[in-house]
Design a protein. Structure first.
Length: 190
């Protein structure tokens, strides 16, 4: 049996084993936890399940203080959805989309009196996520994917993944951009 046929057989078995449990995966559940967007915020995540779809919102707040004089507060918001493509009783593989918005203020160079200017950064993620349900009330997830980040001219909110000004496409797992292969998170469901 060649490798392609084996892979297709395994995917079919995985998808069919948990079809009854698939509707139970997200349907009617609410969740709160932590999540990290590929090209955006890391923070508190709010989830709502509708059938095979998990709708998620992320709220991240970051205090940046490279030195006392130039400290700043950043706010990150992410809104997206994850559709269960493959699932079993205790796991689900999802593909989705997410819009990220980051807001911060940075000091204006040579400005007197600590004047600051607002910076807004926008990004779009295409996340691929694997959920593992330890039980019906707790899950861990691992996420990878692609991020398209629109970098403003005057600064960046997500400097770890963003490049120079203009549009930047980040394939998650590129060590120059992100330094690792996957983000992790956890959710408590009820």
């Amino acid at each position: 049996m060649n490798k392609t046929v084996m892979a297709l057989t395994a995917a079919t078995v995985f998808a069919s084993v948990g079809t009854a449990g698939a509707v139970e995966t997200f349907a009617g559940k609410k969740g709160i936890g932590v999540a990290a967007a590929i090209g955006g915020p890391t923070g508190l995540a709010f989830n709502f399940g509708m059938g095979n779809l998990a709708v998620e919102g992320i709220l991240g707040i970051k205090q940046v203080s490279p030195d006392e004089a130039e400290g700043g507060l950043s706010l990150g918001l992410g809104a997206g959805a994850h559709f269960a493509v493959l699932r079993s009783e205790n796991a689900a593989f999802t593909v989705g989309g997410r819009l990220n918005i980051g807001l911060t203020k940075e000091p204006i160079p040579q400005a007197k009196g600590g004047d600051q200017e607002s910076i807004t950064q926008i990004g779009i993620d295409i996340p691929m996520r694997v959920y593992w349900f330890a039980d019906k009330h707790f899950s861990l997830h691992f996420e990878t994917g692609i991020a398209v980040i629109m970098n403003p001219e005057k600064g960046q909110v997500w400097g770890a993944t963003a490049g120079a000004k203009g549009m930047d496409i980040v394939v998650f797992g590129d060590p120059k951009a992100t330094g690792s292969f996957a983000n992790m998170g956890a959710t408590f469901w009820w």
